[in-house]
Every structure is written in C-alpha cells, then in structure tokens.
Design a binder for this molecule. Sequence first.
Ligand SMILES: NC(=O)c1ccc[n+]([C@@H]2O[C@H](COP(=O)([O-])OP(=O)(O)OC[C@H]3O[C@@H](n4cnc5c(N)ncnc54)[C@H](OP(=O)(O)O)[C@@H]3O)[C@@H](O)[C@H]2O)c1
Length: 242
Amino acid sequence: MSEGAILVLGGRSEIGLEVARRVAPGRRVVLAARRAGDLDHERALLLADGARSVTTAEFDADDLATHESVLAGIGPIDTVIVAFGILGDQEVAETDPTHAVSIVHTDYVAHVHVLTILANMLRRRGTGTIVVFSSVAGVRVRRANYVYGSAKAGLDGFASGLADALAGSGVRLLLVRPGFVIGRMTEGMSPAPFASTPARVAEATVRALRSGRGEVWVPAVLRPLFATLRLLPRPLWRRLPR
Ligand SMILES: NC(=O)c1ccc[n+]([C@@H]2O[C@H](COP(=O)([O-])OP(=O)(O)OC[C@H]3O[C@@H](n4cnc5c(N)ncnc54)[C@H](OP(=O)(O)O)[C@@H]3O)[C@@H](O)[C@H]2O)c1
C-alpha cells in the first residue's frame, strides 16, 4: 500500500504544527486551513524539519458541506491531526446565542462531521491514525468557560466512542487532553496551574502515538487531579475563578 500523507486540519494551529513537525521527516504533509495561500511560514518550518513535501488545501471546518470533497482531494492519508478550534468569548456567549452556537459548531459539530468522514475513509483503507484534541475544560465543565467546555465535553465523549468503534479496524484514535496551554489561543490570559506549551503538548502526543496509547493527559498529573476534582462539591466548583 502506498504511504499516505500526514494531514493537519487547522494547519496554522500551534499545537497541530508542533505535532506535525515531530512526525514530518521523510513524509508528505498536507496543511488544510482557512486562507490556505497564507501558510508559507508553516510550510517552511516543516520542510526545514525534513518533510518530503508540504502542500496546502483550503479548509473551513464550519462549512460542513465541503468536508467530503476537501478530504477526497488529499489522496491517501495515514495520520490526521485534527487541530482546528476556537476558544470564543465566554462573556459574549453567555448572552448571545449566535456566538454560543458558533463555538459549539466549530468545536463539536464540525468535529463530529469531519471525524465521521475520516473514520469512513480510513476504515476503507484499513489503516491510519486520528489525533483529536479534547481539553480538561470538558472533563468537568466549569462555570468560567462552560460554552467551550461543553463543546469539549461533547467532543471527548464522541471521540472516546469512536475510538472504541474503530477497535479492530486497523484505524486508531488518540485522544489528547491538555490543560491550559500558553499560546495564541490563550493570549492575554494568566496561565492556570500546570500550564503547558504547544511544544510540551506535542512531545506528549508524539510519545503516545509511538507507544500506541489511546489517551494522553498533558501534563500527566492532570489525570489524577481531575479524578479528585470531579468529586468537589458544586458550591465550591462553581466558585473556581476559571
Ligand atoms: N491552547 C490551549 O490552551 C488548549 C488547551 C486544550 C486544548 N486545546 C485544543 O487544541 C487544539 C489546537 O489548539 P491550539 O492551541 O493549537 O490553538 P490555535 O493555535 O489557536 O489553533 C487553532 C486553529 O484552528 C483554526 N480554526 C478555527 N476555526 C476554524 C475553522 N472554522 N476552519 C478551519 N480552521 C479553523 C484556526 O485557524 P485560523 O488561523 O484560520 O484562525 C487556528 O489556526 C484545539 O482543539 C484546542 O481547543 C487548546
């Protein structure tokens, strides 16, 4: 079977790009993003890291009707890094239903749509890996970011079920649960405890990919921490500042 590409959906994502850079050497990489003509910087980084080739594709995750044709145009795919997403503005979303739904549309609905198409494609090929970025924000949803958190909770559940559905198909799904990541998405916010960086998330993701794991928390301490935080009484939980 011919070697497939590494595809980054949301090709400008800091985390997605850091993961791609670590798996790119010798491989064909496709960056799918909005404004695909404006990916020279990302392309140059991947080529400098040893990617065999880097091409781009126009991809707007919110435009569900285009998913199938965008993915079909990429050719065989081995690894998909699903890295698009928005934090949105929680304060606005609390009173503006259109904004609330736009966050859920990108972070949940568009993921459900594209992941279903990807699962079909990779199942037919009988091989492949899908990387999905959940968040601790969805593990127990907090008052301070409940719109984004609810979309991540939905995504986490969907991706967990899809991973189980793919068992035995030759296709695997790696679910990554980062905590706060210092970067573009969180610009201007003061880091939460156990904050990480895109590079650290990528290192943990690539380690998990190589060891065949199905889930990874970044940093690892968040897993036992959230096992405990799940038990915190609501009156205390609701007062958490973020
Ligand atoms: N950063 C964190 O603190 C954090 C923590 C936990 C989980 N995560 C998750 O990790 C993933 C990657 O995040 P990141 O930190 O790499 O964020 P990032 O650098 O802001 O990247 C997100 C990317 O998503 C793209 N995007 C947004 N809406 C899109 C759409 N409709 N169609 C196509 N692309 C779209 C953006 O593209 P444009 O360049 O076109 O705007 C941006 O490049 C996300 O799912 C995020 O929720 C992040």
